[in-house]
Design a protein around this ligand. Structure first.
Ligand code: TRP
Ligand code: SF4
Length: 538
């Protein structure tokens, strides 16, 4: 059967013929926010797109959510600052958005749970309805959007979102979002949009506007108060996350880097200068980057570093390396007798002249001021970054931190292929009648063998089983022991699919009944929320 989770070690999708005519050919990795989002090979997301593995940060997360423990949340960008804020009780935020194009289903529940969990860990939590996007990119009418929006919010609330502590909004009625989107749009141009999203001359302007609106959503929690912010989403949203991280940086007044001399080196050149500096001063890597002078010793001069690198030149080095070496040596020679000294450099990106002056004033200790940058010899990089952000905020800038993200696996459809909102039997809607939910689980594909005898002999294949996924992603909830038991009993041949599905179906029925009861309770209290449920749009 088809699975979204190829853990097999090959990079090609499962080669067997598929009786279900599943998504075999359609699951190349293409991260398209508006396309079909299947991922057959999660490893390519790491290698090709630079998403990081979640397991590498798991240890730093206090009491991780079960979706984290079970690898359902498999990837992230820059989650460390969020984890650190959680550990140290510093401010942080979580935000995600939902396009109201249909009923919320158990795939959306993953994201609801992620928002709610971060809220419970102390984060400022935001849930938004991407109604402008649904209207422009998907062409839904405002009446349809209103209905779906209400359904999404009811489920988010029923699952535990606290609206008094957190923020819920619709893009269309949030003026701050639209203004921020407009500002961010100044930093993004059409060719860039084309390159990221495959937009072309036929793409309508409102669709593009929905992108800058999403950029504003992502940065909204930081308005007036920059802080680590995590955006939990499916990996199809990664292009949006990357663009938002870029825009956050482009809006900054100042950029902070490290340097050794007055010239501007790119990162590869900087690395070479650092290696020469370390070698000539007898430092090792462990304290590279520290600031300050080595007291009483002769400084290392640029031309000496140039000679040192010249001697390091190996015949046969590949081209980009040789070019970097050449340019580094040239720069060092031109700087001649200037001493090499580690320093923290602030570069003026978009600062107002007043902000630049103010930053000069704020930097204590030895410093050198140039046309468009300031070198500080005594402060740490962290201190300089903090000062730069404070000055920026005081002078009308945003001071955004690059937003972080979390990525979860897509659930396999109950019918085997992709879980799709447009195929009712493939998913379980949070609005499904509990009896229908029960039936859908009973009808689901499994990772079981053809006969009970074979199952007892070989064991089932829980890794290939949409029913096991239901346990791991939802039904076992926080009970790792239970999830493990199902897995091991299945793999060991002690569990047969009939009974296993019956148990899952009953749990699903209970879950839906309970969830819908909570939805009902919230339905009576929606007027407590500061949110407009009926659009005034034409
Ligand atoms: N584009 C998202 C989707 O297709 C919805 C969305 C809008 C969103 N703004 C967001 C998601 C901000 C995360 C963060 O579902
Ligand atoms: Fe799936 Fe359960 Fe059958 Fe195992 S026993 S293959 S988990 S349905």
């Amino acid at each position: 059967m088809t699975t979204d989770e190829s853990e097999s070690g090959e990079s090609s999708p499962d080669e067997q013929t598929r009786a279900d005519g599943g998504a075999a050919g359609a699951d190349d990795v293409a991260l398209d926010p508006w396309g079909s989002s299947t991922v057959s090979d999660y490893r390519r997301l790491f290698d090709q797109f630079g998403i990081e593995r979640f397991e590498e940060v798991l240890d730093g997360v206090p009491e991780p959510h079960y979706l984290m423990r079970r690898g359902v949340i498999f990837g992230h960008r820059d989650y460390r600052p969020v984890a650190r804020a959680m550990r140290e009780d510093d401010p942080f935020a979580v935000l995600s958005g939902f396009m109201p194009t249909g009923d919320p289903h158990i795939g959306h529940k993953l994201v609801f749970d992620e928002i709610i969990w971060h809220q419970q860990q102390g984060g400022d939590a935001y849930g938004l309805i991407a109604d402008l996007e649904a209207h422009s990119a998907r062409g839904l009418s405002w009446a349809e959007i209103d209905t779906h929006a209400r359904n999404y919010l009811l489920s988010l609330l029923a699952l535990g979102f606290d609206p008094d502590a957190g923020t819920l909004y619709r893009q269309s009625t949030n003026r701050e979002i639209q203004d921020l989107g407009f500002e961010l749009g100044i930093e993004a141009n059409f060719s860039e949009m084309g390159a990221i999203y495959d937009f072309d001359g036929e793409t309508d302007v409102s669709h593009m506007q929905s992108v800058v609106t999403q950029m504003a959503d992502i940065l909204y929690p930081q308005l007036g108060d920059p802080k680590p912010t995590v955006i939990p989403v499916g990996p199809d949203q990664d292009p949006h996350v990357r663009l938002a991280r870029d825009l956050a940086a482009r809006m900054r007044y100042f950029g902070v880097t490290e340097a050794y001399a007055s010239f501007e080196a790119d990162p590869a050149e900087h690395h070479l200068v650092a290696s020469a500096y370390d070698a000539l001063t007898g430092r090792d890597d462990t304290d590279a980057g520290a600031t300050g002078d080595r007291e009483g010793e002769e400084p290392v001069r640029c031309n000496e570093a140039a000679e040192f690198l010249e001697q390091q030149r190996e015949p046969g080095t590949t081209d980009p390396e040789a070019t970097t070496l050449d340019s580094t040596i040239t720069m060092l020679r031109e700087a001649g007798k200037e001493p090499l000294r580690p320093r923290v450099r602030v570069v003026d990106r978009n600062a107002t002249p007043e902000a630049f002056e103010a930053l000069i004033e704020t930097i204590e200790g030895e410093k050198r001021v140039y046309d468009a940058h300031i070198d500080s010899f005594e402060l740490s990089r962290e201190t300089v970054e903090q000062l730069a952000r404070e000055v920026e905020l005081d002078h009308g800038g945003y001071g955004f931190q690059p937003p972080s993200s979390l990525y979860h696996r897509f659930m396999t459809g109950l019918t085997g292929g992709k879980m799709s909102s447009s195929v009712p039997a493939s998913h379980i809607s949070l609005l499904d009648d509990p009896d229908d939910g029960y039936e859908k689980v009973k009808q689901a594909e499994t990772g079981g063998r053809d006969t009970a005898a074979k199952q007892r002999e070989l064991g089932g294949e829980p890794d290939e089983c949409p029913v096991y996924e239901l346990y791991a992603y939802l039904l076992a909830a926080d009970d790792d022991g239970f999830a493990k038991e199902v897995y091991e009993e299945c793999a060991g041949g002690d569990r047969l699919c009939g009974g296993c599905k019956e148990q899952a179906a009953e749990l699903m029925q209970e879950f839906l009944a309970d969830h819908q009861e909570k939805r009902e309770e919230w339905a009576d209290r929606l007027d407590e929320l500061d949110i407009q449920f009926e659009s005034e749009k034409p």
